[in-house]
Design a protein around this ligand. Structure first.
Ligand code: ADP
Ligand code: MG
Length: 312
């Protein structure tokens, strides 16, 4: 059997779903897709690339990879409080592997279906395995949640738990002999916090998704907002798996440093706290004094080990 060429490949794996969003005027098939943007809204646009052996292992399960590729992009929309609308997909493939493409498109389109996101176009080329998505969403004019607008006195919150994906990565790499299904699932199959982001419009002052680790990502809010913060280690939401990992290894910094959780970290002024409707945990407070201060057992920690000097 001849391997599939570009156009039948696109047709077979990426052009089988029906258009779900009434704002998609034209999807896959022409030189561009056409979208309508309703009055009173702005387009939120983001893109993320995943490269084999950099962002994922060569043996990664293709269905989970398809899911994760879309999830990390939807997570960026979530952190701005945007309603996902549509995506484009640029695929660079070393060869046409139909089994791989079947599983990959299943994972990708399954998550797209869940959020009524249309795949409206893309590009397909040959080369080292590289996956790029551009995601488009809608936010009410001027209401997109930013990194630069945290205020001293705001409380810092986050959705979900911290460190599971990082622990999952350690398990996957064989560094830890712990059997945590939750952690592995969180690493392989992150869920973008789209509903949470939407629920934070008009409530949060600043928001970011935790992709590189809490320290690093909260650090972006602090830098761009020109503020500082104090965090309380004891208040961090940790799963049973992460707690037992810390008990066994003493590596209490894992939840601060580990990436890939794709939870939202956001700040809310004390007057608006009562408006919060989503499950979330208060982990600290924004302060006027620059820098990030971490308290553990009431003691200010010096964060000089493990590459944290940036924030000390
Ligand atoms: P062009 O040559 O104008 O760039 P292509 O031949 O690359 O167009 O693609 C044909 C159509 O298929 C276009 O509408 C494009 O957006 C879409 N397309 C290409 N690759 C993909 C893909 N991986 N997923 C979804 N749509 C794709
Ligand atoms: Mg093209």
């Amino acid at each position: 059997m001849q391997p599939l060429t570009e156009f039948p490949l696109i047709q077979r794996f990426f052009n089988q779903q029906r258009v779900k969003n009434p704002l998609t005027s034209l999807g896959i098939g022409d030189d561009c897709a056409l979208l309508s943007v309703p009055d009173g809204y702005q387009l939120a646009i983001t893109t993320d690339t995943m490269v084999e052996n950099v962002h994922f292992f060569a043996d990664a399960d293709p269905e989970q990879l398809g899911h994760k590729l879309l999830a990390v992009n939807l997570s960026d929309l979530a952190s701005m409080g945007a309603q996902p609308l549509s995506v484009t997909l640029a695929l660079t493939l070393p060869k046409v592997n139909e089994e791989w493409l079947t599983a990959f498109s299943k994972g990708f389109l399954g998550l797209a279906e869940q959020y009524s996101v249309d795949l409206i176009g893309g590009d397909t080329t040959s080369g080292p395995l590289t996956l790029t998505v551009q995601a488009l969403g809608l936010v009410p004019n001027g209401k997109g949640l930013r990194r630069s607008t945290a205020q001293p006195g705001d409380f810092i919150y986050m959705t979900g738990c911290l460190g599971d994906a990082g622990l999952g990565l350690k398990i996957k790499q064989g560094d830890v002999l712990l059997n945590s299904e939750t952690a592995l699932a969180r690493f392989n199959h992150p869920n973008p916090q789209v509903e949470a982001g939407l629920a934070l419009l008009d409530i949060a002052n600043a928001c970011i998704d935790i992709s590189d680790g809490l320290f690093s990502d909260l650090g972006h809010i602090l830098e761009q907002s020109q503020v500082g913060a104090s965090l309380d280690w004891e208040s961090l939401p940790l799963s049973e798996g992460v707690k037992s990992y810390i008990n066994e290894t003493g590596d209490w910094a894992l939840p601060l440093n580990a990436g890939d959780d794709y939870e939202l970290c956001f700040t809310v002024s004390p007057e608006k706290v009562k408006l919060l409707t989503i499950p979330c945990t208060k982990i600290g407070v924004i302060e006027a004094i620059l820098g990030l201060r971490l308290y553990k057992s009431g003691q200010l920690q010096s964060l000089t080990s493990k590459g944290y000097e940036h924030f000390s």
